[in-house]
Design a protein around this ligand. Structure first.
Ligand SMILES: CC(C)(COP(=O)(O)OP(=O)(O)OC[C@H]1O[C@@H](n2cnc3c(N)ncnc32)[C@H](O)[C@@H]1OP(=O)(O)O)[C@@H](O)C(=O)NCCC(=O)NCCS
Length: 178
């Protein structure tokens, strides 16, 4: 399967929200409680994405991956590091989110999306990038490690009504992915 990757626009907000919700349900089954996953709202996420995509900070970028039918099957977003949470990420840039539908996984789209974000970060003068991932999300951790990410500190937080542990992955320097 081949994919087309391009910057997201406000018009993509609802399609991204659908992938966001379905992506959480597919990827976090077994990690987060089923009732919370069932209760995720596409409408709420659409509002959130409309707002995010309307932001004009040039350091931020959201990318979408489309399949041959033109449907969005994955996305990634990043920008300047945010100061949320108790534990600082300790990098210049942050990967805010990356989600693919099951049907699009393991075909190189995740790597292409990360390559796009990394290229953007370097172009904006960021020297390091990082992210938080659920500690039990083994698949994503292997993915970040394959791209050269190094595990860092952990933090506990409340997510979907349960206590979870997240772990940092840092890319320093930011790799140039082919
Ligand atoms: C994690 C994710 C973004 C990876 O994207 P992807 O397109 O599936 O990964 P790629 O095909 O680009 O994989 C690149 C390499 O990473 C590694 N990798 C990717 N997924 C892996 C997995 N499940 N297990 C072990 N290694 C994996 C492999 O080395 C892979 O190369 P290979 O397929 O030639 O062996 C994607 O699976 C996803 O959206 N997962 C669910 C959402 C999620 O957990 N997001 C992270 C939130 S912090």
């Amino acid at each position: 399967m081949s994919f087309h990757v391009a910057p997201a626009t406000v018009a993509d907000a609802e399609a991204i929200a659908r992938v966001h919700v379905q992506g959480w349900r597919e990827s976090y089954a077994g990690l987060l409680n089923p009732a919370s996953l069932a209760g995720l709202s596409v409408e709420e996420r659409t509002r959130m994405w409309r707002q995010n995509l309307a932001e004009t900070d040039p350091g931020r970028l959201a990318l979408v991956g489309r399949n041959r039918e033109g449907e969005i099957v994955g996305f990634a977003a990043g920008g300047p590091v945010r100061s949320e949470g108790a534990e600082p990420l300790g990098t210049d840039a942050e990967i805010y989110a990356i989600y693919l539908l099951d049907q699009a996984k393991r075909r190189g789209l995740g790597r292409t999306l990360m390559a796009g974000l990394f290229g953007h970060f370097v172009g904006h003068g960021f020297a390091s990038a990082g992210l938080w991932v659920l500690k039990d999300n083994e698949a994503a951790r292997r993915f970040y490690e394959t791209l050269g990410g190094l595990a860092g500190p952990e933090q506990e937080l409340e997510l979907c009504g349960q206590r979870v542990t997240e772990i940092v992955y840092r890319f320093e320097p930011i790799p140039v992915l082919a």
